[in-house]
Design a protein around this ligand. Structure first.
Ligand code: SF4
Ligand code: SF4
Length: 186
């Protein structure tokens, strides 16, 4: 079944023209996570090129989009300068929007949300708050608890959050981003 509209949307949001990929495989050869992915990056490109709904859903439901580290190795190696990291970012938002989520994605999404909450409320990353929120979201309360004392002693964890002076600007950035997403989705 044709699913061209989704590919056109992907192109307009990321600038990635999937048909420019000529399957040289350099992206996959340079990707440290390719062997762990359901579909390595060049295979993701090939699936997108088919333009079918089945293959698009396969990508959204794969672990590939969640394992991608946005390290840009693939982009640096691609002779066609195809921005795979940007495309992976876009595909992650689509997977959330369409609620087609690989089981591996859940802790990653929880971490992402906890990270953003920390930035939203303090303007900086508050590691202890991030860890607490992430553990609460994922029910991993006791995991890695034994390393906390050593991290305190080395000054890697702070009891209280550091806050930036102009937190209102940060709140405005978040509000504006949410507004833009809502407008885009109308
Ligand atoms: S390196 Fe670029 S052209 Fe080659 S397979 Fe990957 S995306 Fe396609
Ligand atoms: S950006 Fe993602 S797909 Fe590209 S090399 Fe890094 S991990 Fe692999």
């Amino acid at each position: 079944m044709e699913h061209k509209g989704k590919i056109t949307d992907l192109q307009s949001h990321t600038g990635v023209e999937v048909m420019r990929c000529y399957q040289c495989g350099k992206c996959t050869a340079g990707c440290v996570l390719a062997t762990d992915m359901n579909f390595p990056p060049s295979y993701v490109m090939r699936l997108l090129q088919t333009g079918t709904k089945e293959n698009y859903i396969k990508i959204l439901g794969s672990n590939s989009i969640w394992l991608c580290l946005n390290c840009e190795n693939c982009l640096g190696r691609c002779p066609m300068e195809i921005d795979i990291p940007k495309m992976m970012d876009y595909l992650r938002t689509q997977a959330i929007k369409e609620n087609i989520l690989h089981p591996d994605s859940k802790p990653i999404i929880s971490f992402h949300r906890s990270f953003l909450d920390s930035i939203k409320y303090t303007g900086r990353l508050y590691e202890l708050g991030l860890i607490a929120e992430f553990k609460a979201r994922t029910f991993r309360v006791t995991q890695d608890l034994t390393i906390a004392p050593a991290m305190f002693l080395k000054g890697k964890l702070h009891l209280l959050p550091e806050k930036i002076k102009d937190r209102m600007t940060m709140k405005r950035i978040f509000a504006k981003t949410i507004e833009n997403v809502k407008t885009e989705n109308k």
